[in-house]
Design a protein around this ligand. Structure first.
Ligand code: ADP
Length: 492
């Protein structure tokens, strides 16, 4: 190309020279050898002009071919998504330009490769942090306590299921929202703000939170900690909330239990002490009165005995230490015994105990004392929570599932529906009925333990508040009801 340019320059000079000779000889009107010179001049001018045009066309063609090749290579790089070197055969200014472009491309390629490596590293880091985040989330999600994590702007970053249920929000729609828009607990929000501001660690507070949906006040133990990075900069705040409502409720029930047990123990003890004192002071005027005093002492002693039995039996069954003396037992006989035992108490309240027993023998494999205790607790409750003058039915029968059905029906206070799910809980007493009679909230729990835990039976209750209740015990009947009793002693 460099040569071609010189050639064109030479041709242009020759064209100009030929043209000038032809022009001046024409102007001067020379003849002879002058005319020859004029012809030669025009010839040179025409030839050089033609040669120049041909040279320009050739150079143009070669240039556009090189440019096409460059364009083609660039398109190929683009299609293959790579940065390559442009190759041309020429060794002229175009080659210099391509060389400069190639140099520039090499630098871009180096930067590009460095960036790629950097990007890969970042991707790996992101992947590792993502995996770590998943792990942390899995740990947080498996915690039964409610956990909230906020960032340094008090926006919600993480919350487990327990937290979402406690504060009733969905993490999906609350992620990265200001925590004050997600949680409607002013006290907790203030605590989060203060923990972040003071960069505090291991702050523990007790909060009470009224939940209008369940109509209960929850007792929450809130533990907060500000998380800092290596430069002591705040990353966020972690909040762990332990719901202590149930624990508090149990503690309250235990307190109630202790006071009701002491009350229950004190009443018969005080009565026994008073009657013994009267006997010691010879206050019984005649044998009849003396007998009455003794009967009262005996009855109160039995009451004490029943209470202590209930407490001991529950703890023995629960600890698995109870010796169970199984035998083939005729349920009708046990039911008769219970009625006989409770008759005096029923008479005192003018309540009639009405047995309705099937004539069939109902044989079960069970511990006599325990079944006696369970049935007695039900009959005793029926008497305690019925007003005087009513009837209590004790029914015995068999159902289609070959189970003995033992029913105690009364027409007393009944049980409010909201208490039904707790009625068999330990220490639970129905507030509305507590004025009717003293108690410890252990009787029904013991019935359930005896029937369900020890004898694999079922216990159910149907009730009509203000109109009465029916408690039903279902126990599996023996396969061979008429076979002679066999004594089975097993450990629970
Ligand atoms: P308690 O010693 O208080 O009687 P229980 O465990 O036997 O304890 O009964 C729990 C609660 O269930 C009682 O406090 C009582 O309010 C209620 N209850 C039990 N049986 C009856 C019944 N037949 N009628 C009405 N309420 C009953």
């Amino acid at each position: 190309m460099f040569l071609a340019r010189r050639l064109i320059l030479m041709l242009v000079v020759l064209t100009a020279l030929g043209g000038s000779v032809a022009y001046f000889t024409t102007e001067m009107g020379l003849t002879g050898s002058g005319e020859k010179a004029r012809h030669l001049g025009w010839f040179v001018f025409a030839l050089m002009t033609a040669l120049s045009i041909i040279m320009v066309i050739l150079i143009w063609q070669s240039l556009s071919q090189s440019l096409r090749r460059i364009r083609h290579q660039l398109r190929q790089f683009e299609a293959e998504d790579k940065i390559g070197m442009i190759m041309i055969d020429e060794k002229d200014e175009l080659a210099e330009l391509v060389g400069a472009i190639n140099h520039y491309l090499t630098r871009i390629k180096t930067h590009f490769q460095e960036n790629r490596i950097h990007q890969k590293e970042l991707e790996i880091q992101a992947w590792v942090s993502e995996a770590e985040r998943h792990q942390t989330e899995a740990v947080i999600y498996s915690i039964s306590e409610a956990v909230l994590v906020t960032d340094k702007f008090d926006e919600l970053l993480m919350a487990n299921q327990a937290a979402q249920e406690l504060f009733r929000f969905r993490l999906k729609s609350s992620y990265r929202h200001p925590v004050s828009e997600v949680i409607d607990d002013k006290e907790l929000l203030e605590l989060i703000g203060q923990t972040r501001q003071h960069k505090s660690r291991n702050v523990t507070r007790l909060l009470e939170r009224h939940d209008p949906q369940i109509g209960k006040t929850l007792s929450l133990k809130v533990m907060l900690s500000c998380v800092l990075d290596q430069k002591d900069e705040i990353i966020g705040v972690v909040v762990v909330i332990h719901d202590m409502t149930a624990e508090k409720e149990i503690a309250r029930l235990k307190d109630d239990f202790v006071s009701s047990v002491s009350h229950e123990l004190k009443t018969p003890l005080a009565s026994i002490a008073a009657y013994v004192e009267m006997l010691a002071d010879d206050e019984a005027n005649n044998e009849q009165q003396w007998k009455e005093f003794c009967e009262t002492i005996q009855e109160q002693a039995r009451r004490l005995n029943r209470l202590i039995d209930n407490i001991l039996n529950i703890s023995r069954i629960e600890s698995g230490l109870m010796q169970i003396a199984r035998e083939n037992l005729d349920l009708t006989g046990v039911a008769h015994e219970v009625i006989a035992t409770m008759r005096a108490q029923a008479r005192e309240k003018d309540i009639e105990l009405v047995p309705e027993f099937t004539p069939e023998k109902l044989m079960i494999s069970a511990d006599r004392d325990m079944i006696f205790q369970a049935l007695m607790n039900l009959v005793s409750n029926a008497l305690k929570y019925s007003p005087p003058g009513r009837k209590v039915f004790i029914r015995l029968g068999e159902n289609a599932r070959r189970q003995a059905v033992l029913e105690v029906q009364d027409y007393g206070a009944g049980i409010p529906h909201h208490s039904l799910e707790h009625i068999f809980d330990k220490f639970y007493r129905v507030q509305e009925n507590s004025a009717l009679s003293g108690g410890t909230g252990l009787g029904l729990h013991l019935v359930k333990q005896i029937v369900q835990t020890v004898h694999s039976g079922e216990v159910k209750v149907k009730t009509n508040p203000g109109r009465g209740s029916t408690f039903t015990i279902l126990l599996p009947l023996c396969q061979t009801p008429q076979s002679p009793p066999v004594n089975l002693s097993t450990r629970a």
